[in-house]
Design a protein around this ligand. Sequence first.
Ligand SMILES: CC(C)(COP(=O)(O)OP(=O)(O)OC[C@H]1O[C@@H](n2cnc3c(N)ncnc32)[C@H](O)[C@@H]1OP(=O)(O)O)[C@@H](O)C(=O)NCCC(=O)NCCS
Length: 158
Amino acid sequence: MEWSVLLEAYNWNGEQRFTADRIAADPRAARYLTGWPREGDFGVVAETDAGEPVGAAWARYLPEDEPGYGFVASDVPELTLGVLPGHRGRGHGRALMEALIRAAAEQPVPIARLSLSVEDGNHAARLYSSLGFTRVGRCDNADTMVLDIGSENRPPAI
Ligand SMILES: CC(C)(COP(=O)(O)OP(=O)(O)OC[C@H]1O[C@@H](n2cnc3c(N)ncnc32)[C@H](O)[C@@H]1OP(=O)(O)O)[C@@H](O)C(=O)NCCC(=O)NCCS
């Protein structure tokens, strides 16, 4: 399921720029999922009432020497979001993001921020902005966006 969502996230504009084989063969593209679950990984899956998975959102720490497209720091997990075609526009994407942000706030190791990359023209950017993500940089033809999870989840200052 998550691999098909990752494929959707790369092919968000309808062009089949990536195939499953190409992602598997491209370490940078595959690093959002390879070896799942690793320590610190977390995510959520949306299902129909019949239990059929329709989308997923997940987050993973990536190191500075093997960053994702939305890398800002090694202690900021990068997230991936996708809803399968045929199930879009019904609120699953927003519900997944809200659940992922809640999950981030509940992780045993406190998370101060979440990051992501969204290519120019992808309407997902509006969803992210409405959830409080702000643009902090550019990578190729994409914005890097960050959400501040909130000070209540941060360790107290010494
Ligand atoms: C982006 C994506 C996850 C949104 O999922 P979804 O279930 O369709 O989204 P929702 O129905 O929850 O809509 C959430 C918001 O997205 C935006 N949105 C959704 N569909 C839209 C459309 N066709 N045009 C413009 N904005 C749209 C709206 O801002 C919407 O806000 P609202 O809740 O106030 O209506 C989905 O379109 C998808 O999987 N796309 C391909 C993969 C992808 O682009 N992933 C993100 C990579 S950064």
